[in-house]
Design a protein. Structure first.
Length: 241
């Protein structure tokens, strides 16, 4: 049975961030078709990481997937639909990572925020296509309001964490939590522009920003705490600031 995290499901009890198939020309009705779509998206994500979103073509995707161009067109009408398909999958994976984090009990809010930050950084490192496409907010055409799905996801994280530390989850709190995410996301994204493993200096800076805005905007952290900066494969201790 799937564990339901308090504050995580929406009002209708749905799991967060199911991938939208609005981009698909032919919706998958069989497991084989669904697997084929995943293969196409895997290939597209690998190509995007190599050549970027602007140079992605259906021909390159077909070659990488070992399929004919007609097979790609069967499910995706154009390259933008492929990119949106990657974005949808990225959103789903982001939701799954965050849900795993908030489902695990921890001793204090710093541990929760550190785990969320670390999970987010690892998504950039480990998920093909994430650092290039992210959640679709930078695509030239979007099939949903810009950033709306990710905002909903971050609000659910806020709703799950706030009550643990006696914070009322109201509209202002949710808005501030989303603002904090956008600020941190901008710095984390910059860390992966030129380095697929991420620039360590910018990642450390992003964590400092996360800590600062969490304290000043959300009141989640005390004024003086050890700065534990997530590094690749570990969480390093830094001096108290």
């Amino acid at each position: 049975m799937t564990k339901v995290v308090a504050g995580w499901s929406d009002e209708e009890g749905r799991a967060p961030m199911s991938p939208h198939r609005k981009t698909l020309r032919t919706p998958p009705v069989q497991r084989r078709a669904s697997d084929r779509i995943d293969e196409i998206l895997d290939a597209a994500a690998a190509v995007v990481d190599e050549v970027g979103t602007e140079l992605l073509t259906t021909t390159l995707v077909a070659e990488r997937a070992g399929a004919g161009v007609g097979t790609v067109y069967r499910y995706f009408p154009d390259r933008i639909a492929i990119l949106q398909g990657i974005a949808d999958r990225n959103v789903r994976m982001l939701g799954e990572r965050f849900e795993q984090v908030v489902a695990e009990p921890r001793d204090d809010v710093l541990d929760d925020l550190t785990a969320l930050f670390h999970a987010y950084v690892e998504l950039y490192r480990d998920l093909p296509g994430y650092r290039s496409v992210r959640t679709g907010e930078t695509l030239p055409t979007s099939m949903r309001p810009k950033g709306a799905v990710v905002v909903e996801l971050v609000e659910r994280v806020a709703a799950a964490i706030g009550p643990r530390y006696g914070i009322a989850v109201d509209a202002e709190y949710r808005e501030r939590f989303v603002d904090c995410f956008h600020v941190v996301d901008a710095v984390v994204g910059a860390a992966f522009v030129d380095d697929p493993r991420g620039d360590d200096h910018l990642i450390a800076l992003a964590y400092e920003v996360a800590r600062a805005v969490s304290r000043r905007r959300l009141g989640l952290l005390p004024s003086r705490i050890p700065l534990r900066v997530p590094t690749e494969g570990a969480v390093a201790e830094a001096p108290v600031v």
